[in-house]
Design a protein around this ligand. Structure first.
Ligand SMILES: Cc1ncc(COP(=O)(O)O)c(C=O)c1O
Length: 384
């Protein structure tokens, strides 16, 4: 058995698809330390630069003194504490996917998506999903045992056809901001499709919450709200901490509480995280300066790179440079690293074969000089 595993790992290595972790020797941020070296990092989802904000560190320390460090039980036993309750109320009012929405806090977006899809869909239902959705929406659909129909990226006509042919309860599932492409789903059109076909619209806003729509996320950015929308936002990316939440009509939320196995059968995340997130939410609300700076960095990066690789159209902090081959993407990432920049090479199966890419992610913690230096390094690598 071990020889079999070794063979499979060797094959993965030979194909250039071996994944390995790096260990940071310090806090997350625009500059990170690994061993003796410091890198300018374009490799996190800490879009607002909150992961090491002193206000949030202080909030975490103070909360630990009051609430301890562990929740000790699942939410439905005794793990649900006043900070979770307060955070849920504040998030519901902030993202407001529909009138009188409620929210439910999870310890990760992965668990939240599993709970949403397994609650809304069963064996006789149909989930219609964008082909480039995040893995955890795919996994939630598989776990629900519903029929999963994946439509070509952003193809509304194909989504409509799939909904027309669907059986049982219909659910449209989409990333709001696509994690490896940086583009944005046509949410207004999708909610209209959901109306026509009497479907739910599940929106995964892992990369929009905190950044788009004055921080309220992609629904606010698109100017939509509906009782059909089940909204998932994550709290470990722009919010800088950890966890996720689902916001939706109270009956949807109550159904997840009753039936969502990945909500029920897991220990609640610590109350100190909820308290830190309440402080983060206050910073997000007041984060116009960070968001304006981030938008200027996005514009500057796009204006400064003139490369043989395809920069995908994106107005979000995710700026992918599609290189094509796995070995080229890995080689360019290594050359950047040698120059002091961390930019991840994203390879299949995370992205479709032939579209290996560098995923540059910008953060409000970066300075214009960081972006200019990265653009310069990319040009040096591209043009020898
Ligand atoms: C689009 C998307 N959805 C969900 C997740 C999962 O969220 P979490 O990291 O909180 O599990 C991620 C990334 O991790 C993501 O990029």
């Amino acid at each position: 058995m071990l020889a079999e595993l070794e063979g499979a790992l060797d094959q993965r290595r030979d194909a250039g698809l071996f994944r390995s972790r790096r260990t940071l020797d310090g806090a997350q941020g625009p500059c990170v330390r690994i061993g003796e070296r410091t890198f300018v990092s374009f490799a996190s989802n800490d879009y607002l630069g909150f992961a090491n904000r002193p206000e949030l560190v202080d909030a975490a320390c103070a909360a630990a003194r009051t609430w301890g460090v562990g929740a000790g039980a699942s939410h439905l036993v005794t793990g649900h504490q006043a900070p979770h309750e307060a955070l849920e109320r504040e998030l519901a009012a902030f993202v407001a996917p529909c009138a009188n929405a409620r929210t439910l806090v999870f310890s990760s977006g992965y668990l939240a998506n599993l709970a949403i899809l397994t609650t809304l869909a069963g064996r006789n239902d149909t989930i219609v999903a964008d082909r480039l959705n995040h893995a955890c929406l795919v996994d939630g659909a598989l776990l629900s045992r519903a029929t999963l129909v994946r439509y070509p990226h952003l193809d509304l006509a194909a989504a409509g056809r799939a909904l027309r042919n669907a059986r049982g309860q219909r659910i449209i599932a989409t990333d709001a901001v696509f994690s490896m492409d940086g583009d944005i789903a046509p949410l207004a059109e999708l909610v209209a499709l959901a109306e026509v076909h009497d479907a739910w619209l599940v929106v995964d806003d892992a990369h929009g919450f905190g950044v788009l729509g004055d921080g309220r996320g992609s629904l606010a950015d698109a100017g939509i709200a509906s009782e059909r929308i089940v909204y998932m936002g994550t709290l470990g990316k722009a919010a800088g901490v950890s966890g996720a939440f689902v916001a939706a009509h109270p009956l949807v939320i109550e159904s997840i509480v009753q039936a969502g196995r990945s909500y029920i059968y897991t220990t609640a995340s610590p109350a100190l995280i909820a308290e830190t997130l309440r402080a983060s939410l206050a910073l997000i609300r007041d984060g116009a300066r960070e968001r304006a700076h981030l938008a200027r960095l996005v514009d500057a990066f796009r204006a400064q790179v003139e490369l043989p690789w395809r920069l995908l159209p994106s107005r979000t902090p995710i700026q992918p440079l599609v290189v094509g081959g796995v070995s080229d993407a890995v080689r360019i990432a290594a050359a950047l690293e040698a120059r002091g920049f961390l930019v991840p090479a994203i390879r299949p199966p995370t992205v479709p074969a032939g579209t290996a890419r560098l995923r540059v992610s910008l953060s409000a913690g970066h300075a214009q000089e960081d972006v200019a230096a990265l653009a310069q390094a990319l040009h040096e690598i591209a043009h020898g």
